[in-house]
Design a binder for this molecule. Structure first.
Ligand code: ADP
Length: 264
């Protein structure tokens, strides 16, 4: 419910009692504005690829089909834009299920090194193809309790961002360390960095520092919002430090074991 109630108050006058309930209208309006912005953003994000797909398909039907080179070029655009739509819808569904608290974590005890290596495997060829270096440092293998698929999603989102926002020749490092009851993950890149004024907003849905760059790299603008939620449902924390032109470090910290009786 879009309501933020302040504590109800009992007021009595001339022997007649009344309960007064205060509604914090500022909070309600802010939530409504957020919801409106989100719907507007989703519509815009869906409209852009659909307009492109329709436009190129119509041009093909109007006669461009006859030229094989044009045909291939237009079909490639239609294909890429369809993939973008697929990613966007996948991310939106993910976000919706996480935010509605319907996400059921499938907790398992796994070795951190094998989980991280399996995530790294899916991206290392792309990193190499971009002429970047990817290094993983794990002091010593240890067990963690997480949802392996969701945890892999966190790592892959951060690694693919590091790859997308780092130029050729740059490097990406993933450090894993253990503390008495927690473990820490650090994803560092030598990429473009994030200006200080944008840093507090990068976990917002659809917030991008450089729209064109995000689009070119196939970004949906939802990756970090999803990461933040997934970190929180694992009772973890995420922090970011960055310097423009030098690079970015995301630091994540999680309990080694989930508290099944506590919140979350
Ligand atoms: P996107 O799909 O656009 O990458 P994200 O939610 O994953 O969306 O990230 C939001 C924005 O944060 C990105 O558009 C980018 O501007 C910035 N960003 C995220 N990770 C990095 C990084 N490692 N280096 C520089 N900028 C980053």
């Amino acid at each position: 419910m879009l309501e933020a109630n302040l504590a109800p108050m009992w007021v009595e006058k001339n022997g007649v009692g009344v309960v007064i309930v205060f509604h914090d209208l500022t909070a309600i309006r802010r939530l409504e504005q957020l919801r409106r912005d989100f719907v507007a953003n989703v519509s815009h994000e869906l409209k852009t690829p659909i307009t492109s797909i329709l436009g190129f398909a119509e041009t093909l039907l109007d006669g461009a089909l006859k030229d094989p080179d044009t045909c291939r070029e237009f079909l490639k655009i239609i294909h890429d834009e369809s993939l973008r739509l697929q990613r966007l819808i996948g991310d939106l569904l993910d976000l919706a299920s996480i935010e509605s608290k319907k996400l059921h974590l499938n907790l398992k005890t796994v070795f951190v090194d094998s989980l991280i290596q399996s995530a790294v495997k899916t991206i290392e060829d792309q990193v190499r193809a971009k002429g970047q270096r990817l290094e993983v440092h794990i002091e010593e293998p240890f067990e963690i309790e997480v949802d392996p698929d969701r945890f892999r999603q966190i790592i892959l989102n951060l690694l693919s961002n590091a790859m997308n926002y780092t130029p050729q020749g740059g490097s990406i490092t993933l450090d894993v360390s253990r503390e008495p009851h927690r473990f820490r993950l650090k994803v560092t890149d030598t990429g473009v960095g994030i200006p200080p004024e944008d840093l507090p907003r990068i976990f917002e849905r659809f917030y991008r520092v450089d729209k064109a760059r995000s689009r070119d790299s196939g970004g949906t603008g939802l990756g970090l919002a999803i990461v933040k939620h997934l970190v929180e449902v694992h009772n973890g924390e995420i922090d970011v430090k960055s310097k423009v032109g030098t690079g970015t470090t995301f630091t994540l910290s999680f309990p080694l074991k989930q508290d099944r009786d506590g919140p979350g």
